[in-house]
Design a protein around this ligand. Structure first.
Ligand code: DLL
Length: 436
């Protein structure tokens, strides 16, 4: 397949040249942050560091980390690195626990963010001839605005649908002949399911690609969505603190997401010790933004667990690739001493022929952890006898035990009894927290 790039010059820049560019930008950025953000200057002072100590990326390890707690502590304006009057927009995290984190953008910051999203759209085969249906939420969440801005930059016809109202999504998709859809993978699965229920075959729509992210999803879920919508499904990654979607995106090789390294330097660290890990090892992803003006975080700890891959990609892009994050270290469940990511359970479910509609409940009974997995049956499976369903529950439970090493109680439940998600899916209920 012929490769197309949105900004070929930087996307395929030889590594040596890219490193030079990063070093130059990093020196300026550290100077900018030291000068403009007293909170970070104090962290550097504590370590006896001045901007002159950071000559380039190889010195990054000397700098202090930032984490969500720093952003909460400095809420709302403590991390702002330009006068507020130079900012044109804010976005914010959903803030499920504690204060929300607010991210600020100058026009320059918005432009570079939208360019990153445009790279992702072009890598997914998008061009000005496409109709891009954006059904990520608009508003404080970055998903809608990010992909919307990217689609504009590409020159595509942009449908600013936002999330929800699935009947209307389908009507516009059919009437306006959308070719690229952007939403969370769980919402894509829901749209696919609704299309099927309305009697549409995958070949009835004009979609060719989907750009899905904002939550962990497995390869099995990718295949499921590709089949139900008749498309190629691309992954996209980002977080509010680094600007939003588009920090990394998949190319047609679909073997990891290219990190936009001319704007962000990625490191993998041991989440317990903070030590930088060698390439290829699994750990926590840390980002340094190289040229954001208003909210330029240095060494920001994402809590996302993944691996970097620096082997050359046949697509011609030279930027490092990150594997699909397994989930955040704070989403990882420790059940009877075993580390469990919800994505591991999702893999088993789909491999065993179930749709990705499930809920995981963890509790503590008589000082011992319990794991209950509720999985929805399809209408065909539901017509089976009680005996057959009990056998299926046992089989699924054994398959999960085989992967996790701990035994869950599986409950196969009626079709449509598990809530669908139009944004990020909430799959885990940890009732142990109620007892603490
Ligand atoms: O979710 C930004 C985004 C919007 C990304 C649309 C992609 C598409 P936050 O709400 O701040 O920002 O959440 C960021 O979501 O730290 C990851 O844990 C998770 N996440 C984002 N993309 C992916 C992905 C947006 N492709 C947090 N795979 C991040 C797995 C993802 N997890």
């Amino acid at each position: 397949m012929e490769q197309r790039y949105y900004q070929a010059g930087v996307e395929t820049m030889p590594r040596e040249e890219l490193r030079k560019l990063q070093n130059e930008k990093l020196r300026k950025q550290v100077e900018h942050v030291y000068r403009s953000v007293p909170y970070y200057r104090a962290l550097m002072d504590e370590k006896g560091l001045t901007p002159g100590d950071i000559g380039g990326v190889e010195d990054l390890y000397k700098l202090p980390f930032l984490s969500k707690s720093d952003l909460r502590e400095t809420y709302p304006y403590g991390m702002l690195a330009v006068p507020l009057s130079d900012c044109v927009r804010i976005h914010s995290t959903s803030g499920t626990t504690g204060k929300r984190v607010i991210a600020y953008y100058t026009q320059h910051d918005i432009d570079l963010w939208e360019e990153c999203c445009a790279r992702a759209i072009v890598a997914a085969g998008g061009s000005k001839d496409d109709v891009v249906q954006v059904c990520y939420g608009y508003g404080l969440f970055t998903g809608g605005s990010g992909l919307h801005g990217g689609a504009h930059k590409v020159g595509a016809l942009t449908l600013p649908m936002s999330s929800g109202n699935t009947d209307r999504q389908i009507q516009f998709m059919m009437d306006l002949k959308s070719t690229i859809i952007c939403c969370t993978p769980s919402y894509a699965a829901y749209i696919g399911e609704t299309l099927r229920e309305k009697g549409y075959k995958p070949s009835d729509n004009t979609l060719k690609a989907g750009i899905f992210g904002a939550e962990p999803w497995t390869e099995e879920m990718r295949r499921d969505i590709e089949k139900s919508l008749g498309i190629k499904a691309y992954d996209i990654y980002g977080l509010t603190e680094t600007s939003g979607p588009g920090v990394a995106f998949e190319c047609s090789e679909q073997h990891g997401m290219h990190i936009n390294e001319d704007h962000f330097v990625a490191e993998i660290i041991d989440p317990d010790t903070g030590e930088v890990l060698p390439d290829g090892e699994k750990g926590e992803l840390v980002f340094t933004s190289l040229d954001k003006e208003a909210f330029p975080l240095l060494r920001y700890r994402t809590r996302d667990i993944c691996v970097l891959d620096r082997t050359p990609c046949p697509c011609g892009r030279t930027h490092v690739r990150m594997a699909k994050p397994m989930g955040r270290s704070d989403d990882m469940l420790i059940i009877r001493g075993v580390n469990v990511f919800p994505s591991q359970i999702e893999t088993v479910l789909i491999n065993e022929g179930y749709a990705p509609n499930y809920r995981i409940e963890v509790d503590r009974v008589n000082n011992s952890d319990t794991l209950d997995v509720f999985v929805e049956l399809s209408p065909d499976q539901f017509s089976d006898t009680v005996g057959a369903i009990t056998t299926m529950e046992k089989k699924l439970s054994a398959a999960i035990t085989g992967i996790l090493g701990i035994h869950p109680t599986v409950h196969l439940v009626a079709p449509k009894s598990i809530e669908r998600s139009e944004g990020k899916a909430k799959r885990v209920v940890d009732k142990r927290k109620l007892h603490d």
